[in-house]
Design a protein around this ligand. Structure first.
Ligand code: AMP
Length: 253
């Protein structure tokens, strides 16, 4: 595995890659099986695989969340090495945002609801960094998890709107045995919080009415940002132990 931190060096390397297909998985690190399932697909479906780890400052709307975001680079490198990923990109914020974030991607509709309502600026930051990373990698296929469902739709929308020559591929949600969707933020839950967290996906599936889901979650001690049925799914975001969890499940129509 070739680890590249310098973007100029990466651009030189990229020019020399002659492969027919490049599969790319952008991440913020603290890798778990959710990320690795995307990496496995990128590896098996393409000639060359590229993974990036970049904790993107512009998509955090709370500085504290950015500071406390789990960073486990050594462990991540070992995991990617064991999967035989070809390139690991580790860009630095000052190089990704050499323009001081003066140029941004602004989607004006879908990014303003659900997650967007609760995390102002989040999707601008996310779309901007994904556009930069997709341009840097010039990937044939890029892989994103359905766990961040609205994010996935927005990336597909951006790729289409900007005629980007990349195929956006969705990966299924990977869950822990008790049903909680794997997430880097889960490690910040207390022991009791982690046990209770399984009630989140369970209640999304348990009731027909979203109102009933909200009441049940609140009774269990979750603070609910939203529970909404949309796109054939039930999407939700809650707080537990000061940690924000998001999830979605397919709903029968
Ligand atoms: P992150 O590191 O949180 O930015 O996530 C990087 C990619 O992994 C995103 O496309 C996420 O949607 C995806 N991902 C994160 N958790 C999961 C999961 N539990 N199952 C599937 N994909 C996931």
């Amino acid at each position: 595995m070739n680890i590249v931190t310098d973007l100029n060096e990466w651009c030189e390397i990229r020019k020399k890659i002659q492969a027919k297909s490049i599969g790319f998985v952008p991440t913020m690190g603290n890798l778990h099986q959710g990320h690795l399932s995307l990496c496995e697909r990128a590896i098996s479906e393409n000639d060359v695989s590229v993974v990036s780890i970049f904790v993107n400052p512009t998509q955090f709307n709370q500085t504290e969340d950015f500071i406390n975001y789990p960073r486990t680079l050594e462990q991540d490198e070992k995991l990617l090495l064991s999967k035989k990923v070809n390139y690991l990109l580790l860009p630095e914020p000052k190089n990704i945002y050499f323009d001081n974030y003066e140029v941004q991607v602004n989607e004006i509709k879908l990014s303003k609801e659900l997650e967007g309502l609760h995390r102002p600026g989040h999707f601008n930051g996310m779309l901007t960094v994904i556009l930069k990373l997709l341009n840097l990698t010039q990937a044939t296929r890029a892989y994103f998890g359905e766990k961040d469902y609205q994010q996935l739709l927005l990336i597909k929308k951006m790729a289409k709107a900007f005629f980007m020559p990349v195929e956006i591929i969705a990966g299924k949600i990977v869950r822990a045995e008790d049903g909680l969707a794997l997430s880097s933020r889960n490690s910040r839950l207390s022991k009791e919080g982690r046990e209770k967290a399984a009630k989140f996906p369970a209640s999304l599936k348990n009731y027909e009415e979203t109102e009933k889901v909200v009441t049940t979650l609140e009774q269990e001690g979750f603070k609910v940002d939203y529970v909404e049925n949309k796109w054939g799914r039930r999407l939700a975001a809650v707080w537990l132990d000061g940690i924000r969890l998001i999830d979605n499940v397919v709903v029968e129509e």
